[in-house]
Design a protein around this ligand. Structure first.
Ligand SMILES: *[C@@H]1O[C@H](CO)[C@@H](O)[C@H](O)[C@H]1NC(C)=O
Ligand SMILES: *[C@@H]1O[C@H](CO)[C@@H](O)[C@H](O)[C@H]1NC(C)=O
Ligand SMILES: *[C@@H]1O[C@H](CO)[C@@H](O)[C@H](O)[C@H]1NC(C)=O
Ligand SMILES: *[C@@H]1O[C@H](CO)[C@@H](O)[C@H](O)[C@H]1NC(C)=O
Length: 408
């Protein structure tokens, strides 16, 4: 018996190595490895489809962090196999719909740039570069914009900006603009990235709570758009939209130039939101409500949601690690809030019932869209799913931050 020559090496050996390292003896099942790699390994062992969709791409963000923190080359092999599965040899995407212009399509760009930076082989580097150039060109030349210059979330939702989109396109475009070389108008490119946050803040910020509503429609046409105050904002603060936004700020600041005029503004947005998130933490559990504004907390049907909770823990801990807090007392408050929430996650949302000693991730709401009424009843009617990559990626990010804390 021989293996066909067309079986690609990476696709063939990768699952075997994973099985060998994770199917440990029963006594090891109880031994706790770091949650970051435990969750990453459990998820990879279960199998992750090679797609360019933002759900997988959100998981890849977590794997990048696990790779960076552990230095374990298996994670880079995994990411390479996944990304090579969606690209042709020349760097073109195998499947890309040029017509729908969704910001969700941009998220994969950050994983491609991670590999571009890590790659040493010239042909691999060239391939990732072609793919990143293509995505950035799609974004700045083809994505439609509101009259004020905000990216539409997608063609189907004219003039709408959603908080989700800041995470989908922000870190990718920041990492791209920071590359040596393009684009020639670098200051304008950074201005453009900052503008996306500025518009979101202007329209979605809820003055009294400091939190941000899910999105806004600059044309005021969506049924949910707030016409009374002219903001066009949707009615509610939805945990995950605000989580995407907080992660976007925390990650974009990695790249945003220290001397650019907009940087203090972005830092201010991050601080205001981090403080608001800490104030909104639920006292009893240490987590955060699915619908967060007004009288929603505690309301029948509402619950503590896991993906958003993980995103806030990541955002708060990263903010402190990078020194984005105002002073030592504030840093300590952010870390204390994050620790309480992290304990909740490992207790309630990490289930130790995966195969071969693996873990599962519970409690993540499936989706949240403004293709709806955007009301409380809508958000709370969406099912909760197990092992959502949208929750797993942020949990890995939060874990990597926790594991780096002194004496954690
Ligand atoms: C992690 O990232 C930092 C900053 O980019 C880099 O200096 C470091 O070498 C990385 N570590 C590993 C193990 O890749
Ligand atoms: C890459 O190859 C594919 C398939 O051979 C082709 O359709 C595509 O146009 C090529 N892309 C570029 C940028 O040359
Ligand atoms: C930068 O300049 C190029 C060409 O001059 C233009 O096509 C592009 O839209 C500009 N990008 C930004 C973000 O201003
Ligand atoms: C694992 O346990 C949780 C409860 O802790 C449960 O909700 C979930 O369905 C279980 N998953 C599997 C795959 O058995």
């Amino acid at each position: 018996m021989k293996l066909g020559p067309c079986v690609t090496t990476a696709a063939y050996w990768l699952p075997l190595i994973w099985a060998a390292t994770t199917a440990a003896s029963p006594s090891l099942e109880k031994q706790q490895q770091p949650y970051s790699t435990w969750m990453a390994d459990s998820t990879i062992t279960r199998g992750v489809e090679a797609t360019r969709w933002y759900t997988e791409a959100t998981f890849y963000r977590g794997v990048e962090a696990a790779h960076n923190a552990s230095g374990d080359a298996r994670y880079l092999s995994f990411l390479t196999t996944q990304i090579d599965g969606i690209l042709q040899r020349n760097g073109s995407f195998r499947a890309y719909d040029l017509t729908d212009h969704q910001l969700d399509n941009m998220r994969i760009g950050a994983a491609i740039l991670y590999l571009y930076t890590a790659a040493t082989e010239p042909s691999a580097k060239a391939r990732y570069r072609v793919a990143a150039d293509f995505l950035y060109d799609q974004l700045v030349h083809h994505q439609k914009r509101t009259a004020s210059g905000g990216f539409w979330h997608k063609d189907r939702y004219p003039n709408q900006m959603w908080l989700d989109g800041l995470f989908m396109a922000g870190p990718f475009s920041a990492a791209y603009v920071a590359l040596p070389g393009p684009p020639s108008n670098v200051t304008a490119a950074w201005d453009d990235i900052a503008l996306q946050f500025d518009l979101t803040e202007t329209h979605c910020r809820d003055g009294s709570s400091g939190m941000l509503r899910h999105g806004y429609d600059e044309s005021l046409r969506a049924p949910w758009a707030d016409k009374a105050d002219g903001s066009g904002a949707s009615p509610h603060v939805w945990i995950r939209a605000q989580g995407w936004y907080l992660m976007a700020l925390a990650d974009v600041l990695d790249w945003f130039p220290l001397q650019h005029a907009a940087r203090p503004r972005l830092l201010g947005y991050l601080q205001t939101l981090a403080r608001a998130v800490v104030r909104a933490q639920e006292a009893a559990s240490g987590g955060w409500w699915l619908v967060m504004d007004g009288d929603s907390p505690g309301r029948k049907g509402n619950y503590i949601e896991s993906s958003g909770t993980a995103m806030y823990v990541y955002g708060l801990l990263k903010a402190v690690r990078k020194g984005y807090h105002a002073d030592a007392a504030e840093g300590a408050a952010f870390v204390a809030a994050a620790r309480r929430a992290y304990a909740l996650m490992t207790d309630r949302f990490v289930a130790r019932n995966g195969t071969n000693g693996g873990i599962n991730w519970e409690g993540t709401v499936r989706v949240g869209s403004l293709d709806t009424t955007g009301d409380f009843k809508y958000y709370t009617s969406i099912p909760i799913v197990e092992n959502s990559l949208i929750g797993i990626g942020p949990f890995i990010l939060a874990s990597v931050e926790m594991e780096q804390l002194p004496s954690s």
